[in-house]
Design a protein around this ligand. Structure first.
Ligand code: NAD
Length: 498
């Protein structure tokens, strides 16, 4: 069995230290070991990035963008290999892995417009013979720390943009499914990126702490669970770093009495059970306005949940694969047990699913609870599994109050045919990403992604225009070229156009 090594300065580095097991969650077998970086290894990656920075920041943006064009082409040419690796170590279906890769590539396409997005702002004649402009300059060495659930897409939210903006990047991917992430980084080097500009260090808390504590690292982008996001934000900002830390979620879908139910049920099935519920934008709560729509939903959705095609993600034509680890599966099972104990009505129970031929895989079936109330842990906590909870309320205002009271505010959506309700919902809901008849309103690459409340710590969202702002600092330059032979006397009043 091979050990997945770090990629530093274009070379594979194995520091012969600690390792962690990487599983195929469909079989429950260990398929790889991954190196866990020591502080010294992280420091080595930082030194390499610092050395590469002066030349990279002075490379014309158009040349940086050309590398991204080649990178996109290489990802498209290697799509099957990448998708197979995602599915092998994460467990998601091949089709789902293909969708994640495509959304990642869209972020590279946005990064290809670097010469346009870095143009800056210019004002002529702000005073006598004075021109002024704002420049967007890179920060230096920046780092990204990413979760297991999108091993291709989430890193691609970060480094293409950081790198075209002129920064050098160190990526610390999830140690649970690092192979596809590493292959994609290799392809960026193959596309012509100078070696030290991007390094990958695998690891756990030790590697992350080394990145937080290094004064050379100017900014941290983090995506993962809320407790770690909060830790990284507070430790990073305490040291003067720029930090964007995206955390967990509990995403509600509101079903209004006038919703197109057949389409809403299809949308809910995909959004609740796709990727086994392991998406930060997964819908985990259906808020039904009135018993009539709730009863109709139950009647339509129960048979569809029971008919979910579940199996090894690496086989095609399935709806759902396994959870990522045995621990993740057991945690979700624990929540289902708690839901039953706390009095919710369990309409579909996924706990005893056996997948023939994959008996040791980390599978759970789709699960549905009705009569869920706001104090139950299946409502309050992010379960991150294939569990949908139905909460019944009496009005749109009650539904919105419920959502606004929740600690998370990542995504939400409303199913309705009524424009007035939809508009009120969009205006008043305290959530960062909102869908109207769209269950997973993940913004396209030229907008930005981010939740509110305890789903995001920091001021700027990920990728898109906010990503550019995050990975650059503004410099305002005011320049005078006096006309020859003119002399201006000293002025002691504050300069103005008054
Ligand atoms: P996680 O928080 O366990 O891990 C994320 C990263 O942090 C990994 O690289 C991991 O190695 C590192 N890490 C873990 N423990 C650490 C510690 N004690 N100190 C420092 N670093 C540590 O998250 P996960 O289980 O990999 O991913 C699932 C979570 O990510 C869910 O909560 C999900 O909602 C969230 N997520 C959020 C978004 C978003 O955009 N808001 C997107 C994807 C996933």
């Amino acid at each position: 069995m091979s050990t997945i090594a770090h990629l530093i300065n274009g070379e594979y580095v194995n520091d012969n230290g600690r390792t962690a097991s990487v599983y195929n969650p469909s079989t429950g077998q260990v398929v790889n070991q991954v190196a866990l970086a020591s502080r010294a290894t992280v420091q080595q990656a930082i030194a390499v990035a610092q050395a590469a920075y002066p030349a990279w920041r002075n490379t014309p943006p158009a040349k940086r963008a050309q590398i991204m064009y080649r990178f996109k082409q290489l990802l498209e040419a290697n799509k099957e290999r990448i998708v197979a690796l995602i599915s092998l170590e994460h467990g998601k279906t091949l089709e789902d892995a293909g969708g994640e890769l495509q959304r990642g590539i869209e972020n590279i396409e946005y990064a290809c417009s670097a010469p346009e997005i870095l143009k800056g702002e210019y004002s002529r004649n702000v005073g006598p013979n004075i021109d002024a402009w704002s420049d967007f300059q890179p920060l230096g060495v920046v780092a990204g720390i990413t979760p297991f659930n999108f091993p291709a897409m989430v890193p691609l939210w970060m480094y293409p943009l950081a790198i075209v903006c002129g920064n050098c990047f160190i990526l610390k991917p999830s140690e649970r499914d690092p192979s596809s992430t590493l292959l994609i980084a290799e392809l960026l080097l193959e596309a012509g990126l100078p070696k030290g500009v991007m390094s990958v260090v695998h690891g756990d808390k030790e590697a992350v702490d080394a990145l937080i504590e290094a004064p050379e690292v100017k900014a941290l982008s983090f995506v993962g669970s809320t407790p770690i996001a909060e830790y990284i934000y507070s430790e990073g900002t305490k040291r003067g770093k720029r930090v964007q830390a995206l955390g967990g979620a509990k995403n509600h879908a509101v079903l209004m009495p006038d919703a197109d139910l057949d389409n809403a049920v299809s949308a809910l099935m995909g959004a609740a059970y796709g990727s086994c519920g392991e998406r930060c934008m997964a819908i985990s709560v259906a808020v039904c306005v009135g018993d009539q729509i709730a009863d109709a939903l139950v009647q339509k959705i129960v048979p569809q949940i029971k008919a979910l095609k579940i199996g090894a993600g690496t086989n095609s034509g399935l709806d759902m694969g396994p959870l990522v680890t045995a621990a993740a599966r057991d945690k979700v099972k624990g929540y289902i047990d708690a839901g039953v104990e706390q009095g919710a009505s369990l309409l579909v129970d996924g706990r005893n699913l056996i997948v023939p031929g994959n008996e040791d895989g980390f599978f759970l079936g789709g699960t549905l609870f009705d009569m869920v109330t706001p104090e139950m842990t299946i409502y309050t906590d992010e379960i991150f599994g294939p569990v949908l909870c139905i909460v019944r309320v009496n009005s749109l205002e009650d539904a919105m109050q419920l959502i606004n009271n929740h600690e998370y505010g990542n995504g939400t959506c409303i199913f309705t045919r009524d424009g007035e309700s939809a508009r009120l919902f969009c205006d008043e809901i305290e959530v960062g990403m909102v869908g109207v008849n769209v269950p997973l309103p993940v913004p396209v690459a030229y907008h930005s992604f981010g939740g509110w409340k305890r789903s995001l710590f920091g001021d700027l969202h990920a990728y898109g225009p906010d990503g550019v702002r995050f990975y650059t600092k503004r410099k305002a330059i005011t320049q005078r070229w006096p006309q020859r032979a003119s002399h201006e006397a000293a002025q002691f009043a504050f300069p103005s156009n008054g």
